[in-house]
Design a protein around this ligand. Structure first.
Ligand code: E4P
Length: 218
C-alpha cells in the first residue's frame, strides 16, 4: 500500500519524505487555505514547491465546478509538473472532466467519494485514483472501511485500473484496516504515520538492550 501525506504544509511533507516511506501528497482547498496560500500565482507556486520535495504523485484540486472551468484549471495544473494529479469532485461535470483527462493521459483523482456507486462511475470515467473519505463516513456512523472493501470487490470483478486511495484517514488503526482491505493507497496526516512506529514493548526492549550494553561495557 502506498503512503500519501494529506497536507499542504511543506515542513511536514519534507519530514515525511525524509522518512523514506512517502509515495505522494494529497491536498485540498481547505488544506491550502490552512497554510494561508491564496491567489492563483501563489497556489501554483506552492504546488510546484510540493512537487520539488516529493518523488511521487501530488494531487491538486480544481476549484471550478463546471466542465469548461475544470478542464481549464486542470490543464494549467497538469502543466506545472509531471507529478501533478488533477483532483476532480464527484459531480456530473466532474465525471465528464475525468473522461476528458483520462483520454489525454493526464492523471486524475476523483475526490469526495462516499459510495460504491460513485466509485464505479469514477472508474468507468477512467480516473487514476478514487478517493473514498473513510474518516468522514465514520464521523456519521457509516463504516468507512466497509466501503473500501466494497470498492475493492467491484474493481477486482471488472479489473478496473483505477487505484483506491483511502482518504480522510485519521489514525494508525485506519491505516492498518486500509491495508487489510487492500486499498492501493492511503492518505493521512503525518501524525497517523508516525503513530505506526509506536509500541511500548519496543521502547522498553530498547531501553533494556542499551542498559545491558552499558553495564557490560562499563
Ligand atoms: C482527500 O484527499 C482529502 O484531502 C482528505 O483526506 C480529507 O480528510 P479530512 O476528512 O480529514 O478533512
Amino acid at each position: 500500500m502506498k503512503f500519501f501525506i494529506d497536507t499542504a504544509n511543506l515542513a511536514q511533507i519534507k519530514e515525511a519524505q525524509d522518512l523514506g516511506v512517502l509515495d505522494g501528497v494529497t491536498t485540498n482547498p481547505s488544506l491550502m487555505a490552512k497554510e494561508g496560500i491564496t491567489g492563483k500565482d501563489n497556489v501554483l507556486r506552492h504546488y510546484k514547491a510540493i512537487c520539488d520535495i516529493v518523488e511521487g504523485d501530488v494531487s491538486a484540486e480544481v476549484i471550478a465546478t463546471d466542465y469548461e472551468g475544470m478542464i481549464r484549471e486542470g490543464e494549467e495544473l497538469a502543466e506545472l509538473d509531471d507529478k501533478i494529479v488533477v483532483k476532480i469532485p464527484m459531480i456530473k461535470d466532474g465525471i465528464k472532466a475525468l473522461k476528458y483527462f483520462s483520454e489525454r493521459g493526464i492523471k486524475t483523482n476523483c475526490t469526495l467519494v462516499f459510495s460504491a456507486g460513485q466509485a464505479l462511475l469514477a472508474a468507468k470515467a477512467g480516473a487514476t485514483y478514487v478517493s473514498p473519505f473513510i474518516g468522514r463516513l465514520d464521523d456519521i456512523s457509516f463504516d468507512g472501511i466497509e466501503l473500501i472493501e466494497q470498492i475493492r470487490l467491484i474493481y477486482d470483478n471488472y479489473e478496473f485500473d483505477t487505484q483506491i486511495l483511502a482518504a480522510s484517514v485519521r489514525h494508525p488503526m485506519h491505516i492498518i484496516k486500509c491495508a487489510e482491505a487492500a486499498a492501493d493507497v492511503m492518505t493521512g496526516p503525518l501524525s497517523a504515520m508516525l503513530a505506526l512506529l509506536k509500541h511500548p514493548l519496543t521502547d522498553n526492549g530498547l531501553a533494556q538492550f542499551l542498559a545491558d550494553h552499558a553495564k557490560a561495557n562499563s
